[in-house]
Write a protein that binds this ligand. Structure first.
Ligand code: ADE
Length: 352
């Protein structure tokens, strides 16, 4: 079942010519900057979600310099809703580093690309091969699945030994020409043919040589992890309302939703007494009893958050309204350009 790299590449590239995806916005006017932004957005997010964000981002930051010079708040605002906000902070930091350490030119060698924050070996390989058409291996989740099945590797793809072996195969097969098409093709096959469930093996260019296919093991490879149960936390979101406006706090730079705007919150389910005391002591606000909006769950990578949104009318504002760079009264009908996490955007829409 062994296959020479040149034969493997031929199968992949012929498939790409017929079936590869060639019309994503980042595949036109290709520059390292544009490819870099796309690869970061695509790291934990589906292509269809990414496309509109990518287009808006490019309108605001058409080149590296404009991103480096922008305030972080604006970058976070354009990222709001995509999740994993560390990606946006790293992009901004990396853009500044390129301006300072690489003379404003996105680095053109693999080792230097990997020194930038937020760029690991696979993302560096993707940028290097896709943008510069240079040989470099990638190993994202899709490619891991393709190679694990192809090579019949029935061990957990989380284990270091397995990852090392997969990297070895990824490097073994890379071509010296058409590197960009090859990388894109491997991702496309993983995303559209060699899918996690119900892979379309009859359409796969690799089926003749695929060990998992021949041994009827595609449903067993990659080996499934025992799904870990995430802990559940509960929070009451305090939607303090006054004359159509609601109070927002800017979250601390590190941690969940770092640097984004959210409602003040207290741990646990809504209890009138707790809410009143919190509003009085922490926010210096006298409030009426609350009304609940339907609660819902938002899942982060490490825990579920059960959110209880409580609408709390404020009796009167203090004479001097505290409004500074960490707190703002916000009108949902006339939104300012603030970075709001997805669940906050959803609640704002309900408030309108
Ligand atoms: N996921 C990560 N990178 C991608 C790319 N270049 N095209 C499609 N999906 C991707």
């Amino acid at each position: 079942m062994t296959i020479r790299p040149s034969s493997f590449q031929k199968l992949i590239l012929n498939w790409f010519d017929k079936h590869g995806r060639k019309h994503f916005p980042w595949q036109h006017n290709k520059t390292p900057y544009r490819v870099w932004i796309s690869e970061i957005m695509l790291q934990q997010t589906q292509v269809n979600t990414v496309i509109p964000y990518y287009q808006t981002f490019m309108q605001h930051f058409p080149d590296l310099k404009s991103l480096a010079n922008a305030p972080l708040d604006q970058v976070l605002h354009l990222w709001a809703g995509l999740g994993y906000y560390t990606r946006a902070r790293n992009l901004h930091r990396a853009a500044k580093m390129v301006m300072e350490q690489f003379n404003g030119q996105f680095p053109d060698n693999l080792a230097a690309i990997q020194t930038l924050p937020g760029i690991g070996p696979s993302t560096a390989g993707a940028i290097f091969s896709i943008a510069l058409n240079q040989p470099a291996a990638i190993l994202d989740g899709n490619v891991k699945r393709v190679l694990a099945r192809f090579q019949g590797i029935a061990q957990s793809i989380k284990d270091k030994n397995t990852v090392d072996e997969l990297w070895k195969w990824a490097k073994h097969y890379i071509p010296s020409k058409r590197c960009a098409d090859y990388t894109q093709a491997m991702m496309d096959i993983g995303a559209t043919v060699c899918t996690r469930s119900n892979p379309q093996c009859n359409l796969c260019p690799l089926n003749k040589h695929c060990i998992a296919y021949h041994q009827n093991m595609t449903h067993l490879i990659p080996v499934k992890q025992a799904t870990k149960t995430l802990p559940v936390r509960t929070a009451t979101f305090l939607i303090l309302q006054h004359k159509g406006q609601v109070l927002l706090h800017k979250r601390p730079p590190m941690g969940i939703w770092g640097g984004l705007w959210s409602f003040p919150e207290i741990a646990g389910e809504p209890v009138n007494e707790n809410i009143r005391t919190y509003c009085k002591q922490q926010l210096k606000l006298d409030v009426h009893p609350f009304n609940l909006l339907p609660s819902f769950r938002h899942t982060f990578s490490h825990y579920h958050l059960d959110i209880h949104p409580a609408i709390i009318p404020v009796k009167r504002l203090p004479i001097r309204i505290m409004e500074d760079e960490l707190q703002i009264w916000y009108n949902p009908d006339e939104p300012k350009s603030l970075g709001l996490p997805k669940p906050i955007q959803v609640i704002m829409r309900e408030l309108k």
